[in-house]
Design a binder for this molecule. Sequence first.
Ligand code: 4AD
Ligand code: MG
Length: 402
Amino acid sequence: MPISDVKDIARYVGQEATVRGWLRHKRVGGKIAFLVVRDGTGDIQAVVSKAAVGDEAFELTSRLTQESSLEEEFPIQPKEHGTGFLMEHRHLWIRSHRQQAILRIRHEIIRACRTFFDDRGFLLVDTPIFTPNACEGTTTLFETDYFGEKAYLTQSGQLYNEATAAAFGKVYCFGPTFRAEKSKTRRHLMEFWMVEPEVAFAELADVMALAEEFLTSIVARVLERRREELKVLERDMNKLEAVVAPFPRITYAEAVERLQKKGNPIQPGDDFGGDEETILSNEFDRPVIIHRYPTALKAFYMQNDPENPDLALCMDVLAPEGYGEIIGGGQRIHERDKLLARLKAHQLPEDAFRWYVELRTFGSVPHAGFGMGIERAVAWICGLEHVRETIPFPRMLYKIYP
Ligand code: 4AD
Ligand code: MG
């Protein structure tokens, strides 16, 4: 007899086929039992009739427990559990409808990211995970021993992407990135996946437009292909349908003014924290691009604005509905002397950055790019309260089980 995935069962109409899976739940009457079986591709209801299978098999059916491939009772019952309990049982929790809907949407978002860049002539390059230097500041590095030398888990593929962009023009990398941030917020993970495009001969305005097109295309694809899952999550789809170009673009200075008008105590020069991002991202019905932050708040590689050198040619894209930053990026310094001065100012070791500086010696051109954290994008598109549900096994502050 052929074995079929639940999702393909329609091919076997009028024929016999075997389905393999786990018992999601059951209802047993005196003569008939209904079993809902889950195989990872979908759910199917099986009917067991006493008349057809006999007393013994029917008796066995009535003794089946939830997720009955296990010997014990399945620890997660269809009732309310606390998040702590569910996180401890993450390996089983991912079998629930809701978690499956989220992880299916995650998959769709990842496919949408790849398709977007592949269709536009970007080359996928894989950047290293072990690195000899910091990209996004030295305070959030995970340090490891690399045969007696210090190495760090990458915070971003960007620096290597700048090299590959100079080789191929338009590139993207997509991989795990790490931040040893002692942050316990709904937006922070220690390990997260980032997709990062980098474009030669591009300036800030170009990557703002690219980010806008990128986000609208991802949301449109999820709306088109994952409606069922969005329904399971009770996501308000009108909010997602509003995600169309053009996105508002405001400067950091305008953002500070808006915050102050709302009674926020922020002063010009202060960085935005979670509260500020929440306020700003609640002000618009679609993502908002905030550009030109003070150079002092940003990473060493940021190009500064010729109109006002204290400002960086950078952008953050904040997702609406209070979700906050999902994209960070901008234009990079392409002049060698300026970069050397910046490395010094940030007290970064010139030796480890020798190759990076060398990119500015051989045919250096203006270039720009950005990075989007997949988990934050998933949290927003799914309408979740916390990023911990957006990845099968989240790595959080002091939590590495299961
Ligand atoms: O703003 P970030 O730090 O920018 C960069 O790393 C640049 N080098 C990217 C580039 O220009 N190629 O991080 C980019 C995005 C953030 O907007 C956020 O979505 C995500 O990465 N992110 C995190 N997601 C989850 N947990 C964390 N701790 C995150 N830190 C950053
Ligand atoms: Mg950022």
